[in-house]
Design a protein around this ligand. Structure first.
Ligand code: XLS
Ligand code: MG
Length: 344
């Protein structure tokens, strides 16, 4: 059985600034983060295009590739690899109204420029995956954009990426809302439909983030299972979320241990990782966290994942079978609760 390999993004260790207040911790140097991630046992790093090449707008295409090559050397130094590159379209002034489906043609072109640069960077870093988190792709004002047109623009943008490079895989991380009101591609079901409508469906898949599924009122394990049934779960962003409110990116498993157990279970039962997939975490420290505890939420998430993995290993499939045959789902449920409480 494949041993899970873990990945993380540099944004997962941050200074604690939010929409309501300034930083509460000091910024940690990028290389220091890489070193610490390697020490903690992470195998791969996830990048936004401008994590990999800060101030990306200021450079030519060749300069961007050169900077990516320097980054590759830094990753090599710590025995790390790159998992994916994600164009961070939501921060730039060109993408105030979205990127691929902005009403402004020049802004759509800019979004494609960033997507192509992300592919270039990915190639230099030795990976073949681009993640699209479609932050501002949707509407704030429902009547401002046709959902039919917007959906077609997304498909067209992905097709252009697939055409730009014949090996690149494109992976959508769905989210139903925030920072926009209504998104265009809110769930894994939407992602699979988009994938099927592209020119090369096998190169277009999904990245399931637990919190995003919960925000859509869905069960993360079922979303993972749905994508795996289609052979299109390209990565995951595991975390947790307390109900339908702002996107919390809590440590994995801290809100709903049973839901977290079922995410680990579905991944493990279905051979996740056998094609090189990483278990990605997308967690943030609480704002109150002190400098010296800047990595604690990552350590906790890893420890919870590993502890749940050992619970999955212990899971009594014979007992489950009997319960299912006898329609004793109360018995099965109590068994799972006892397993998680350390009583089984
Ligand atoms: C935010 C997203 C973001 C992406 C990466 O909600 O989860 O962190 O995963 O661009
Ligand atoms: Mg995420």
């Amino acid at each position: 059985m494949t041993k899970f390999k873990f990945s993380v993004g540099p944004w997962n260790v941050h200074s604690g600034a939010d929409s309501y207040g300034p930083a509460t911790r000091k910024e940690i140097d990028f290389e220091e983060k890489l070193k610490k991630f390697a020490e903690m046992g992470f195998s791969a790093i996830q990048f936004h295009d401008d994590d990999a090449v800060p101030n990306i707008n200021d450079y030519t295409e060749e300069e961007i590739k050169e900077k990516a090559r320097d980054l590759k050397k830094l990753l090599d130094k710590y025995g790390l690899v790159a998992e994916f590159v994600a164009p961070r379209l939501w921060m730039d002034s060109h993408t105030a109204d979205g990127g691929f489906m902005s009403a402004n043609a020049q802004d759509r072109e800019y979004a494609m420029w960033r997507a192509y640069r992300s592919i270039d960077i990915a190639k230099e870093l030795g990976c073949d995956l681009v993640v699209l988190w479609l932050a501002r792709e949707g509407t704030l004002c429902a009547e401002s954009k046709s959902p039919v047109w917007a959906t077609k623009m997304l498909i067209e943008a992905i097709n252009k990426m697939l055409e730009y490079d014949s090996n690149i895989r494109v992976c959508i991380e769905p989210k139903p809302n925030e920072p926009i009101d209504r998104s265009i591609c809110g769930t894994m079901g939407h992602v699979m439909a988009i994938s099927a409508a592209t020119i090369d469906p096998k190169r277009v898949g999904g990245n399931l983030e637990s919190a995003h599924a919960i925000l859509a009122g869905l069960d993360p394990a079922h979303e993972i299972g749905f994508a795996m049934a289609m052979g299109k779960l390209m990565t995951v962003h595991l975390n947790d979320q307390n109900g339908i409110k702002y996107d919390q990116d809590k440590s994995f498993g801290v809100e709903n241990l049973r839901a977290a157990f079922n995410q680990v279970k579905v991944l493990k039962e279905n051979g996740y990782g056998e094609n090189g997939e990483f278990v990605g975490l997308d967690v943030k420290a609480m704002r109150t966290t002190k400098d010296e505890d800047s990595y604690k939420h990552l350590e906790n998430s890893l420890n919870i994942f590993k502890a749940l993995e050992s619970k999955v290993d212990k899971f009594d499939y014979e007992f489950q079978k009997k319960c299912v045959e006898n329609r004793d789902f109360e018995g099965l449920e109590m068994y799972v609760m006892n397993l998680l409480m350390g009583l089984a």
